[in-house]
Design a protein around this ligand. Structure first.
Ligand code: OMP
Length: 231
């Protein structure tokens, strides 16, 4: 049953399409899968687009019930502007939280650590990231947080690609499909939620079919059928 997209989802889609961060074509993913769509959050660099992106994260986070966190953590590099921007957007909406991020390179002088921003030990932390496919990126970030004594409360990503576990080969038809997000959720022991899922994206493309060419929609549908969790 199709459900209408929420205002923050429509705002996010408008932003990622206008900025060119969401593209259709032929892309190779980290997993080796070839995808007809790709979300590159690094292409959202205009002030108005990035403001819309931060607001969309903040609105989605505020929709999540019983989310008890005091720090937003953004893994380097793309998570660095994200955690600051989303913390600022949340403050404007009346929710005050701190932010922190990591450095990828080790510093042997100055502040001496690989973390910048709010202290994480014994703090309730919300991890934010751009995309989840296989869950590798959020597993790595969760390991880093655990090493710092942080309590990971939840993960918020912009786009959940809703993929099955496994590599580039098509999942064997005779075996049950395992959702990569569910597997990651179990490993990190925290819920994962998103601004937009692949199902939402497909619904949006289908609803405004006169704007999007039919071949693109077909290709995204085929990708969902090939590598998606059963919806
Ligand atoms: P996983 O680590 O497999 O969950 O994939 C997430 C990462 O894949 C992102 O942080 C990106 O580095 C990259 N990625 C995108 O940025 N956009 C996409 O649409 C797909 C991927 C990807 O390679 O799967």
């Amino acid at each position: 049953v199709p459900r209408p997209l929420a205002p923050h989802q429509t705002a996010f889609l408008t932003c990622v399409l206008a900025s060119g961060a969401l593209r259709f074509g032929d892309f190779e993913l980290k997993s080796g899968r070839r995808s007809p769509y790709f979300f590159n959050a690094g292409l959202i660099f205009d002030g108005d687009h990035v403001a819309a992106l931060f607001d969309a994260y903040a609105d989605r986070i505020l929709l999540e019930p019983n989310l008890d966190f005091d720090v937003i953590f953004g893994p380097a590099y793309k998570g660095i502007p994200l955690c600051a921007g989303v913390a600022a957007a949340l403050a404007r909406k009346g929710r005050r939280v701190a932010f922190a991020y990591n450095r990828k390179e080790l510093k042997d002088h100055g502040e001496g650590g690989t973390l910048v921003g709010a202290p994480l030990e014994h703090r309730n932390v919300l991890l934010i990231d751009d995309v989840i496919s296989a869950g590798t990126a959020i597993r790595e970030a969760s390991t880093l947080l655990a090493a710092r004594g942080a309590r990971l409360v939840a993960v918020c990503v912009a786009l959940d690609r809703q993929e099955v576990t496994g590599g580039p080969d098509l999942p064997p038809p005779d075996q049950p499909r395992v959702s990569a997000v569910d597997a990651a959720r179990r490993d990190i022991n925290a819920p994962v939620f998103s601004i937009l899922t692949l199902a939402d994206l497909l619904q949006f493309l289908e609803d405004r079919q006169h704007h999007q060419d039919g071949d693109t929609i077909q290709a995204v549908r085929k990708y969902r059928d090939d590598y998606g969790i059963i919806l």
